[in-house]
Write a protein that binds this ligand. Structure first.
Ligand SMILES: [Fe+2]
Length: 249
């Protein structure tokens, strides 16, 4: 059994094609590929997207993902929740699973804690309400100005950050685990880690601050995360992934 981990896919699964990921010829559904958020495979619900999800289902391995800030939470919430390997998942396809927030799974004998979500930083010029009377006019102005904005329920969802319930679940899960796990998989990273590489581009928020608490209290071997669209190791135990794919030993 093998576990591979990669960063944001944003609905583009080119790196999972056999030519880019030849190891899959020896894998089975008992082998796992984990995407560290911004999966993007549940985005517009259209035919092309359904075909890509079907394509993922035909892969030899099981695809797992935590949520990012670029997921369609209105669509995602429609998928039923079930128990899997000790934690809650949503099955997008039988072998394409959303690893939910504040969960602990036993995968290949490894205890893996997951907590998706992140703040969007590409909304500097605001989040538009599509039913506002001046929506069309505003969107034209913002597009003409090359502004960074998103549209509520179309390209931005408040659920990109966890709810109070999800924080409570996460703490209860870690309490039960004695704050001792093997790996942590998230989309963003702790505030203190973010501060070492972001040069102020990424602001701290309730989630990155919560992750500071987790990194202080919790024993873990490695913490894998996406979001920042680069590949790098920070302070030895924090592994930022984008297009790179690594295999857990
Ligand atoms: Fe991303």
């Amino acid at each position: 059994m093998a576990i591979f981990i990669t960063g944001d896919t944003h609905g583009d699964f080119g790196r999972l094609q056999p030519a880019a990921f030849p190891e899959q010829s020896n894998l089975t559904k008992e082998d796992y590929l984990i995407i560290c958020g911004d999966f993007g495979g549940v985005w517009d619900g259209g035919d092309a997207e359904q075909q890509w999800l079907d394509w993922l289902e035909t892969r030899s391995f099981t695809t797992l993902f935590v949520s990012g800030n670029h997921e369609n939470y209105d669509l995602l919430r429609n998928y039923p929740i079930s128990q899997w390997h000790g934690g809650l998942v949503q099955a997008i396809r039988p072998s394409v699973l959303h690893l939910m927030r504040g969960q602990l799974y036993n995968i290949c004998g490894k205890r893996i804690f997951t907590m998706g979500g992140a703040s969007s930083h590409d909304i500097r010029d605001g989040v538009l309400e599509p039913d506002a009377p001046d929506y069309e006019q505003k969107i034209r102005q913002l597009n003409a100005a090359g502004a960074l904005f998103r549209v509520n329920h179309r390209s931005w969802w408040k659920e990109e950050l966890p709810s109070e319930d999800e924080y409570r679940t996460a703490k209860a899960t870690l309490d039960k685990a004695g704050w001792d796990v093997d790996y942590i998989i998230t989309h963003c990273c702790p505030s203190s880690i973010q501060g070492t590489f972001s040069g102020g581009l990424y602001q701290r928020d309730a989630l990155t601050d919560f992750f500071d608490e987790v990194q202080e209290r919790c024993k873990f071997r490695y913490w894998f995360f996406g979001h920042y669209h680069e590949n790098m190791v920070v302070e030895k135990k924090f592994v930022m992934l984008y297009e790179q794919m690594i295999r857990l030993k």
